[in-house]
Design a protein around this ligand. Structure first.
Ligand code: ATP
Ligand code: MG
Length: 573
């Protein structure tokens, strides 16, 4: 490809609306352009990278026996109403105003609607179906360029199985395909078991890429054996020791003490673990006429409640609002506690660290008062213990073998044992060997195409630009000729370009006339093709070509006659 004919509008300046490296570099290197919030046009260079990623994805999906489809973006409202998702998606789904249509954010419904009249016997199963297709999601906060767009390309796959064992096997196939895809794309990734409560599934894994600009907080063990989303992460941590002193509990005044820190300094103690932090949550009633119920959580004073863990125990739970607390608990936020809770409809749940702990201090359910010497075993009948705390950096992994660290990560893929949620809603059944009807069992598996490119750039860039590598690099070689219009340098570079093409290299040839070497070099570093070859008058005098490796910046001079022998040392082809 000749630069003079190729549309690569590189920019010197950082675009004003971009903050994260991949976004800045994709715009500056001429890969993408913003059309409107969260919506991007893919320019030739960007499209080239995305297509390379699609190729890898396609090859690995085909390798597990998946069938490629292409389903429409438009989809009828009634189909989404059948699974309840027309409503559940709320504002996040794009609705077409003058038709009963939505722009599909995902394709469980449509694929299942094809499965239903076609996968009617166990003989038709299992099946893996996929597509690489445009998705529309009215993301409330699009960010990071194509990292979170309102229109993006997803590889979405769905498995249809007769048995749960079959689902396990389809799921494993995808896990393997995903590992191959992300490895081939050059990403450093790991997997975490994800919270999938909202979608109503069971097993689920997210493929994550560590990056400062990631939106997910993950916990990793230093030895690499443990990775989990902070939302569900667990650690090994010592319990608060039971002292068995059997001291009677005692209410005492704590004027204007609202926080654990204030309480600790008021009591002149440094170890906050015995200051049990109480919070009140509400589980709204699901049926009209029945009452809401309340949940009081207790964690050590140096811990915080993990609301996702709590949601996994009590579906639909929400924090109590400040104005509700007085009526429910008889006190405001800083003074609530587990003893003598006046509202009997409360469930009390404490973190496992507090299991059967005594000599605790907590709120008295009376403003400006606390209680000391609380013995959870003695004073709080019916209390339940679960892991409900947020894990902290530096704690030990459950197996006690390694310290945990916290980092930011981007989710690039998700595999998910969906079960029968959609097949049940749409009544998609098959006949088994005995002629008995059963609901088809599904899995769903997504990968963001542009998000892979952005994640790669997050992990592979420097101050000068992108550093491509391997299969998803837009080109193998950036050939730069330092020429004037139609001079001998240009002729020599043209010849080399043709030869490289014949040998099967993908070459971007900067053949632009009368452009300063400085600009050509800057563009080359910005675009980030792994290898740069420089043909110049000076080099030609010595019968040499300059070879620069983008990642290391190392420059070598190679004899022109030797270039094809030497290239394999720089790139595999
Ligand atoms: P997220 O939590 O980031 O919103 P999700 O859970 O909504 O992701 P899925 O519905 O599982 O994502 O979609 C599968 C894949 O599609 C994701 O792993 C991600 O790579 C990609 N993806 C999802 N939303 C977007 C988006 N708005 N822009 C770009 N890629 C996306
Ligand atoms: Mg999402």
């Amino acid at each position: 490809m000749k630069f003079s004919q190729y549309f690569i509008p590189t920019l010197k300046e950082v675009p004003s609306d971009s903050v994260i490296p991949s976004h800045i570099l994709m715009v500056r290197s001429g890969m993408i352009r913003l059309l409107t919030a969260g919506v991007y046009s893919y320019l030739p260079l960007g499209l080239r990278v995305f297509k390379k990623i699609e190729k890898v994805v396609r090859e690995e999906m085909d390798a597990i026996g998946a069938n490629e489809f292409l389903l429409p973006g438009l989809s009828p409202n009634e189909l989404w109403a059948e699974t309840g998702r027309l409503e559940a998606y709320g504002d996040d789904i794009f609705r077409i105003k003058n038709r009963e249509l939505v722009l599909a954010p995902t394709h469980e419904e449509v694929f299942t609607s094809i499965a239903k009249p076609n996968l009617i016997s166990y003989k038709n199963l299992p099946q893996i179906w996929y597509q690489i297709q445009t998705k529309f999601r009215n993301e409330p906060r699009p960010r990071g360029g194509v990292l979170r767009g309102r229109q993006f390309t997803m590889k979405d796959a769905y498995s249809f199985d007769a048995t749960w064992e079959g689902l396990d096997s389809s799921y494993q196939k995808h896990a393997e395909a995903y590992r191959n895809i992300f490895t081939r794309c050059g990403l450093k990734f790991f997997t975490v078991t994800a919270f999938s409560g909202a979608m109503g599934g069971s097993d689920s894994e997210e493929f994550m890429v560590e990056a400062d600009s990631g939106e997910d907080t993950v916990i990793l063990s230093i030895d690499g054996s443990y990775a989990s989303n902070l939302e569900v992460a667990a650690s090994y941590i010592k319990k608060v020791e039971r002292r068995n002193s059997d001291l009677p509990y005692e209410v005492f005044p704590t004027p204007n003490i609202k926080s654990i820190d204030e309480l600790a300094s008021f009591l002149a103690i440094t170890d906050k673990s015995r200051l049990a932090k109480s919070r009140l949550f509400v589980v709204p009633s699901k049926t009209e006429g029945s009452k809401d119920c309340y949940v009081l959580t207790l964690v050590c004073g140096d811990d915080e409640v993990n609301e996702t863990k709590l949601m996994n125990i009590y579906a639909g739970i929400r924090p109590g609002r400040p104005e509700e607390l007085m009526e429910i608990a008889g006190a405001d936020a800083g003074s609530i506690g587990p003893v003598n809770f006046r509202n009997k409809d409360v469930f009390i749940i404490a973190d496992k660290r507090l299991e059967e702990a005594d000599e605790l201090v907590s709120g008295a359910c009376k403003n400006d008062h606390h209680i000391k010497n609380i013995d959870l075993k003695r004073d709080v009948p019916g209390i339940r213990y679960e892991d409900i705390r947020i894990v902290k950096e530096g704690e030990l992994s459950i197996d006690k073998k390694s310290a945990l660290r916290m980092t930011k990560a981007i989710e690039v893929g998700h595999i998910f044992k969906l079960g029968t949620k959609y097949t049940e809603a749409l009544n998609a059944k098959y006949l088994d060997e005995n002629g008995k009807e059963n609901v088809i069992i599904m899995g769903s598996y997504g990968i963001g195409i542009e998000r892979i490119a952005a994640s790669f750039i997050e992990q592979n860039h420097d101050n000068d630009g992108i550093i491509w590598d391997g299969e998803i690099s837009p080109f193998d070689i950036h050939l730069i000729s330092i020429n004037k219009k139609d001079d001998i340098v240009k002729t020599a570079a043209e010849k080399l370009y043709d030869e490289l093409n014949v040998k099967g290299f993908e070459v971007l040839f900067d053949d632009r006339d009368d452009i300063s070497p400085g600009i050509k070099f800057k563009d080359a570093d910005l675009i980030g093709i792994p290898l740069q070859l420089v043909v110049s008058e000076k080099n030609m005098k010595n019968d040499e070509i300059e070879v620069k490796t983008r990642r290391t910046g190392i420059r070598d001079k190679v004899k022109s006659t030797d270039i094809f022998n030497r290239l394999p040392n720089y790139i595999k082809k």
